[in-house]
Design a protein around this ligand. Structure first.
Ligand code: SF4
Ligand code: SF4
Length: 259
């Protein structure tokens, strides 16, 4: 990438790009890459594939837990033989409607200051030589970025709060509960409804109804539940103990309670 490509652009700026099956590099960018998946990426992909979140994690991901980090990094596993994404076909992306955030952004990347930069150059991505011009904000909207941004805000806010205060981040039971609630939503739903969770903790009926029906609402609840367990944010409380503001997420109601 040359210096010019590293420029920072605002949403109002325009760029030239088009990607289509006739472009000579078609699907080249879907191999030998590292795609970090967010909890929302996983939710969308497992629903697209109509498999459980547990099966998705087993089959398509590698989980890396770095020392000193409470939340693991989940990577989309490339094929062992050709290093291609498991979802790429000669016709393009087979999970296009639910492709992960980085694939939606490509060839752009979001900077921390709210600007955007090109993540590649026209010698690798021929689409950047095409004449079609897009205002960045409109193009991102057309790529369905909004719900991903909304859900990624929950993740960023959790990470910021975890980094801001000291805690027992090497506790394997806490890590296990975090992995389940963020990345394995189907198991988290089982945990809520089929363990002693609701015997011990009070959750408003409207919230329960929403998380029973919607994976998105369940994931939002997972963030609140983690904040409740780790920092005492009062979205739910311990039954019979209205003044108790938090519960150990690794504690008495455990994953093994799931029936
Ligand atoms: S490298 Fe660019 S033009 Fe080629 S397939 Fe990927 S996004 Fe499309
Ligand atoms: S998910 Fe789709 S767009 Fe993303 S790398 Fe795989 S095939 Fe390409």
């Amino acid at each position: 990438m040359n210096q010019k490509d590293r420029r920072r652009f605002e949403g109002v700026h325009a760029f030239q790009f088009n990607c289509f099956p006739g472009v000579s590099c078609f699907t080249n960018c879907c191999q030998d890459i590292t795609i970090v998946l967010t909890p929302y990426d996983i939710l969308r992909l497992k629903n697209n594939l109509q498999i459980s979140s547990g099966d998705f994690l087993d089959k398509y991901t590698i989980m890396i837990l770095k020392k000193g980090h409470l939340i693991p990094m989940v990577i989309l596993k490339m094929n062992e033989d050709d290093k291609k994404c498991p979802f790429v076909t000669p016709e393009g992306c087979s999970v296009y409607a639910d492709r992960p955030w980085p694939c939606r952004m490509y060839p752009l990347d979001a900077n921390d200051d709210g600007t955007y930069s090109l993540i590649t150059e026209s010698s690798r991505c021929m689409g950047l030589k095409e004449k079609d011009t897009h205002k960045i904000s409109e193009w991102l909207e057309s790529q369905g970025i909004s719900p991903y941004e909304e859900m990624n805000e929950y993740l960023s806010s959790l990470i910021i709060q975890i980094q801001a205060q000291p805690m027992d981040i090497d506790n394997p039971q806490v890590q296990k509960m975090l992995i389940m609630s963020l990345y394995n939503v189907d198991k988290f739903r089982e945990f809520i409804f089929n363990s002693s969770f609701l015997e011990r903790l009070e959750v408003e009926p409207e919230i329960l109804d929403a998380i029973r029906k919607s994976d998105e609402e369940l994931l939002k609840f997972a963030y609140e539940w983690i904040k409740f367990g780790l920092f005492g944010k009062k979205v739910l409380w311990v039954k019979g103990k209205p003044d108790q503001k938090s519960v150990d997420v690794s504690g008495s109601t455990t994953e093994s309670d799931v029936r």
